[in-house]
Write a protein that binds this ligand. Structure first.
Ligand code: PEP
Ligand code: CO
Length: 451
C-alpha cells in the first residue's frame, strides 16, 4: 500500500472531508443559515437503523459470493413532487415484480434496493447555466435549489435539506408499510397485476409466472398444512448518491451498541463517477462510515487507480462492504471492463460487481432531448455477464434508472418507441428512465442471462 494511502487511513471524523477538495457542492451564501439547518437535521431521528444496514451488508456479501443477485433501481433524481402515494407505490411495485421474474428465472434470492427516499441531489457538468446573457447557479436537485430559471429559484437554500429529510422520511414510512404486509403478500397476486403493459411476449410470460407461483404456494401450503408466513413480506432497502456532504454528515451517527459511525439516512449510499477522486472529500467521508457503499466506475478510471480506491474504501477487504457499479456504454465496455475485472481479481479484492447500463448510453435525439436506446442498454447487460464470466469474476447486480409509470424517455423496447414518441410523455428533469414495460422486459432478459 502506498504512503499516501497509509496517511489517509490514519484519521477520520464525520467532518474530516472538509479538509479535502469537495466537487459538486452548492455555494450557500449564508453560513449562519446553513449551520442552523444542519443543527436541526442533526437532532432529528435517523431514517434507517444500524441493524438494517448490517443486515444489508451481510446480504451483499452473499450476493458477491454468488448466492443471490442485487436489483437496484429508481429515478435518476427524485423530485419533491414525486412524494405521493401513486408514484411510490408504482416504483415499489415494478421493483417487486422485476424481482419476482428474477427469482423465478434464476432460483436465487434477490436483494432489492431502491434509488429512493433520498435521491435528491444531482451532479452537474457546470456550476452555472446561461440563457440569453443571464447566468444562474445550475439546478442541483430539489435538495439544493429549484429548477425554474430565476435568481430566487436557483439560490441554494439550506432549508431544502430539511424538506428533503421530511420527504425521505414520508417515503420510507410508506415503503415500510407496503413491504411489511398486505401489498407485498404473495397470497394476493391481484396486487401484482401488470398495468398499462401492452400484449407483449413479456406480459404473457409474466401472467404464466404469476399463475404457476400461485399454484406452487397452494401446493406448499397444502402439504405443510399452514400459511407460508415468510411470503407475506419482502425486504426492501434504500440508497442514493451521497453527493451533498453537509447533509450526509448531519445524518451520520455513532451507534452506542455498534462499532463505528453509520450513515443512517440510507442503507447504502454510493459515490458518483464525478466525485470518486481518491484525495477528494467524498472518498474521505465514505471511507469512515460502516455502511455498505457503492462506487460508480466509468471509462476514465485506470486499473491501478481503481485498486488504490478499493484499498482506501475497504482496507479490511470486508465482504459486502464495496459494490463497484460499472457504467461504460454498450461499445466501450468491451475494452474497459476486462482490464478492470482482471486487475481486481488479481488483487484479491472482495467486491460486488454491478452493471449500470444506463449512464454510458446517453444520446441526444434530433430534437435535442436526452435519451437512451433500449438495445444499447440490453447489449451492455449481456456483454457484462459474458465478460465477467470470461474473467473469472461474477456479475452480481444490476443498477437501473426506471419508473413504474408509462413515460416515453428511452427509445425501443416492447412498445418500439421511436424518437418522435419521446415528446408524448417525457417527464424526467435529468436522465431518461426505462418505463414500466421496458423495465419488466429487462427483468426477463436478466433472468435469461442468469440461467
Ligand atoms: C446517476 O447514477 O444518476 C449518476 C449521476 O451516475 P454517474 O455518477 O455514473 O454519472
Ligand atoms: Co442518472
Amino acid at each position: 500500500m502506498g504512503e499516501t494511502i497509509r496517511a489517509m487511513n490514519a484519521y477520520w471524523t464525520p467532518d474530516s472531508w472538509k479538509k479535502r477538495p469537495a466537487q459538486q457542492q452548492p455555494a450557500y451564501d449564508n453560513p449562519a443559515e446553513l449551520q442552523r439547518a444542519l443543527l436541526t437535521l442533526e437532532q432529528l431521528p435517523p431514517l434507517v437503523t444500524a441493524w438494517e444496514v448490517d443486515r444489508l451488508r451481510a446480504q451483499l456479501a452473499e450476493a458477491a459470493a454468488g448466492k443471490s443477485f442485487v436489483l437496484q433501481g429508481g429515478d435518476c433524481s427524485e423530485s419533491f413532487d414525486d412524494c405521493n402515494s401513486g408514484t411510490i407505490l408504482r416504483k415499489l411495485k415494478v421493483l417487486i415484480q422485476m424481482s419476482l421474474v428474477l427469482i423465478c428465472g434464476s432460483k436465487q434470492r434477490i436483494v432489492r434496493i431502491g434509488r429512493i427516499a433520498g435521491q435528491y441531489a444531482k451532479p452537474r457538468s457546470a456550476d452555472l447555466e446561461s440563457k440569453e446573457n443571464v447566468s444562474l447557479p445550475s439546478y442541483r436537485g430539489d435538495i439544493v435549489n429549484h429548477s425554474g430559471f430565476t435568481p430566487t429559484e436557483r439560490r441554494p437554500d439550506p432549508q431544502l435539506m430539511l424538506r428533503a429529510y421530511e420527504r425521505a422520511a414520508l417515503t420510507i414510512n410508506y415503503i415500510r408499510a407496503l413491504s411489511e404486509g398486505g401489498f407485498a403478500d404473495l397470497h394476493h397476486p391481484e396486487n401484482w397485476d401488470l398495468e398499462f403493459v401492452r400484449n407483449t411476449p413479456g406480459s404473457r410470460k409474466y401472467q404464466l409466472l404469476l399463475e404457476s407461483l400461485s399454484d406452487s404456494i397452494r401446493f406448499m401450503e397444502a402439504v405443510s398444512s399452514g400459511e407460508l408466513t415468510q411470503l407475506t413480506r419482502v425486504d426492501f432497502f434504500t440508497s442514493h448518491e451521497g453527493l451533498l456532504l453537509p447533509f450526509e454528515q448531519a445524518l451520520t451517527r455513532a451507534e452506542p451498541r455498534q462499532r463505528g459511525w453509520y450513515n443512517l439516512g440510507t442503507h447504502t449510499p454510493w459515490i458518483g463517477d464525478r466525485t470518486r477522486a481518491i484525495d477528494g472529500a467524498h472518498v474521505e467521508y465514505f471511507r469512515g462510515i460502516r455502511n455498505p457503499i457503492g462506487v460508480k466506475v466509468g471509462n476514465q478510471i485506470a486499473a491501478d487507480e481503481l485498486i488504490d480506491l478499493i484499498r482506501v474504501l475497504n482496507p479490511e477487504n470486508e465482504p459486502g462492504r464495496l459494490t463497484l457499479i460499472h457504467r461504460f456504454g454498450a461499445e466501450k465496455i468491451r475494452m474497459r471492463l476486462p482490464i478492470l475485472a482482471e486487475a481486481v481479481r488479481r488483487a484479491g479484492a472482495k467486491v460486488l460487481w454491478s452493471c449500470d447500463p444506463m449512464h454510458g448510453n446517453i444520446q441526444t435525439a434530433r430534437s435535442g432531448i436526452k435519451t437512451r436506446s433500449f438495445d444499447d442498454i440490453t447489449s451492455e447487460i449481456i456483454t457484462s455477464f459474458r465478460i465477467h464470466k470470461e474473467c473469472g469474476t461474477r456479475l452480481s447486480g444490476i443498477h437501473l434508472e426506471l419508473t413504474g409509470e408509462d413515460v416515453t424517455e428511452c427509445t425501443g423496447g416492447p412498445g418500439n418507441l421511436t424518437e418522435s414518441d419521446l415528446s408524448r410523455d417525457y417527464r424526467s428533469q435529468v436522465d431518461p428512465r426505462l418505463n414500466y414495460e421496458q423495465a419488466m422486459e429487462i427483468a426477463f432478459l436478466i433472468a435469461e442471462q442468469m440461467k
